[in-house]
Design a protein around this ligand. Sequence first.
Ligand code: GLY
Ligand code: MN
Ligand code: MN
Length: 473
Amino acid sequence: MRQPLAFTLVNFVVAGSALAASPAPALTPAFFAAHRQNFVAKLPPGAIAIVRTAPETNVETSPDPYRPDSDFWYLTGFGEPNAVAVIRPWAPEGERYILFVPPRDPEQETWNGWRAGVDGAKKDFGAEQAFPMDDFARKLPELILGAKSLYYLDGGDAPFRERLFPVWNGLNPNATVPRPMADAGPIVHELRLIKDATEMALVRRAAELSAEAHVAAMREVKPGRYEYNVKAAMVATCLNGGAARMAYPPIVGSGRNSVILHYEPADKRMDDGAMIVNDTACEYSMYAADVTRSYPVSGKFTADQRAIYEIVLAAQKAAIAAVKPGVPFHTMNAATVDVVVDGLLKLGILKGTREEIIKSGAQRKYYPHGSSHWVGMNVHDPGSYGLKDGVTGPERYRMAATALQPGMVFTVEPGIYIPEGSDTDKRWWNIGVRIEDEILVTATGGECLSCAAPREIADVEKAIAAGAAPAKR
Ligand code: GLY
Ligand code: MN
Ligand code: MN
């Protein structure tokens, strides 16, 4: 029988790896039990939690293996679709952690893969009780009996939630007030914000593998090649390193595509003189990375490309230097904006004073996004940014108040993008630069997890020069 997902992706070594790789930790039932314990500690007395995984993906349209819902997996480690976890901390021992799973079924397994089944759910995933998923609706009323409140996670399966609510609400027809129920998302997401030692090792592994992929991608850069050659090198390195999938759709844009923040087609020939923005990273054992490098197709920065690149790099370094426990999340964004505005003023691309520009937000014409977001099991990991109600749009970059704590992981990704037709000297047109790395908050500052991917100009030029193979389609 196939090993359950929780135990499969362990301790591999990347053959011929160019960069040092951190060892991948073994994931044990204790890793997930600790997450459940922390979750239960945040629930009010008498609460029941019902947690659904993500619906099955369509094998005909999805090129990637099925991905369980991140919250479900965080609490259970169970990787098969069509499963539900029920957590009842107040119940007698032996009835507190129950998994509903697809039962063993030789015919179904022939088509869709091995199943742990109800025995595996108990033996390998720590369930005190386990039942076939088909029993869930029948057993639900007895499981919720006695619970004072319901905390649910639907895994993106809205019909499941819609079927659950009437059962919960209908339990006591004489009730005069609604029985409390709430989305458990904020509780789990708050826990996911702080990575434990095992999670840190997985995030680190995803970042390092992505850095290695960026080195491989740089070797593919040459006039006459295509954006997809760069993308293919990234994907090949991620998959060869044991990644089940990319952490998000790769973004490889050259020339006029380098100024598009989320450009996906990757079908353009890379022309001499153009810039490339390559925002691509691997997911490793359910943990995402998010890394961007930018460089010229020629392999040698022109003076203008260099001028823009140096501003972005200095902005990124200023933000990373500001990372330490206790500082509010908006600190990093503010640091990048100061450097970008000063740099664009110096080049004459922005006009006025730093204060006026920042007050009016004029820099957003060329730096339209924020510098940072949480990263974890998802590339844009959930978790509070400490925003007051009603704060939306670019205001949120300035207002994100969450205080950094050791174990948090986020990106620092300033960028400058000058589209053709901008109100600037033409020499700046179609220069796009984003430099993005992942930072782990430590006891004393911030550690860059992905900085093994070259980002100093001399190092980037050297990495591109290393791939002097003939042009290919
Ligand atoms: N890769 C998407 C982002 O950088 O946020
Ligand atoms: Mn990002
Ligand atoms: Mn990115």
